[in-house]
Design a protein around this ligand. Sequence first.
Ligand code: SF4
Ligand code: SF4
Length: 466
Amino acid sequence: MPAPLTRPRLCYNVPSMNYPNSYPSLAKLLKRHNILVTSENLFLCLDVDAGQLTPTIYKILELVWLSVKDTHFLVLRGVPFCFLPYARHRILYPGLRKQTTRTIEACGSCCLQGKCPGWPAKSSYPLSRIQPVIDMPNEIVFEITARCNLSCRYCTGIKQAHTELSFAQVRTVLDEALALGIRAVRFTGGEPLLHPELLQMLSLAKQMGFYVLLNTNATILPDATRQVLARTVDNILVSLQGHDADSEKELTNDAQHSFTEKIRHLFQLRTIIPIFRVGTVISQPLLDRLPAYFLFIKTLRPNSWELFRPMALPLTDPRSEIPAFQKLLKTLLYMNQQGLRAILANAMPFCVLPDLTMAASVLLGAASDDGHSRLVMDARGYFKSSYFMPENIGPTIHSAWHSAERKNNCSVSLLPDACQSCDHFNWCLAGSRSMARFCSGTYQDLDPLFTTRPSNARHIMPGRNV
Ligand code: SF4
Ligand code: SF4
């Protein structure tokens, strides 16, 4: 196992400065430090003068990243990747090639060597603080149980009654993640609250200093469980498929749990967990009743409402879905303007919308999915590239991340030139490989929603040319 990293662990629990109230004060702070902000809808682009990097600029960018990343689509221009390695998927740095750069000691063992033009020559930032970017996932996801008390129409879970990760298995992986410098771990299922050792797992992960995420359907939430969640969970994603009792029942096949009780749990979770998100798989009933969903989800006041493109059962022929998704994304943009942060959270090519800036305001992109930045430990005890890429790629984080299977399936070299030269490439990655395989039988193909990049939309935002 590689030697532990000495990089200080990041505290994610800075006081929230979430949109919309904090944005004006944040903008003033950035202006005072000569960081140019351009914005459109919920898209923010920050231009930094790479020659003027200071520890204060680092603190400010870290604060902006933590405050805004869940509410805006944030891009940083002119910042070397190793300056904010955890935000590297949102950094546009190769544009600096025109400027003078130099090689620093960290470049020798950096995974971005060859893709990065080097450290800015003019910068006097203390290089002792800079560590190479390591080629490791940002997050480990534990599917701790395959059991679930619901039977959602669009679920991709394996639903095997006795398939669970043990506390010992999770502890071994947490030790490896800590040694590798990985910061975030997520517990999911099936329904993770059905696992008898979930609370011990959460407590251990928190004690070890991880940023802890939990995905749950929130149908069961005893008081004792809630107290542990309040102490251990930083970020919760609650699955909610309907906008009222009937639609929830229709989409989850759940006649057993009370919808009123579930909503009571959601309000309780919102008050005890710093980041509270609601997740819904896109279904035909949702598309038919979007206004009702909007009004209902807004009352829950989540940090974000995350919609998921259905991966197990596309709505119709995926190739004919473009108009429906275009309409949906425009509606999400409207919801954002009305104060509900609503995004499509899994992979979809940004140029499904002709306006890429608009697309970037409501699409999270493939970089956070499909094995590009996280690994999933299956309840059967092995790693896979993502929820939707089920192949066993290894028994440890290190072996799985460096496996030939993951690298082949996530390879970006097959993507067309239009993508390779697109400013959105780092986070869009041309959409979903899983959906490519669903349609053509291979991950080495293009997402069926891939069209072509609009010729006038290459540059992210107007503003200073770095
Ligand atoms: S190659 Fe060098 S300058 Fe570029 S991100 Fe890596 S360490 Fe930083
Ligand atoms: S051209 Fe490629 S990378 Fe750019 S938005 Fe379209 S699909 Fe994404």
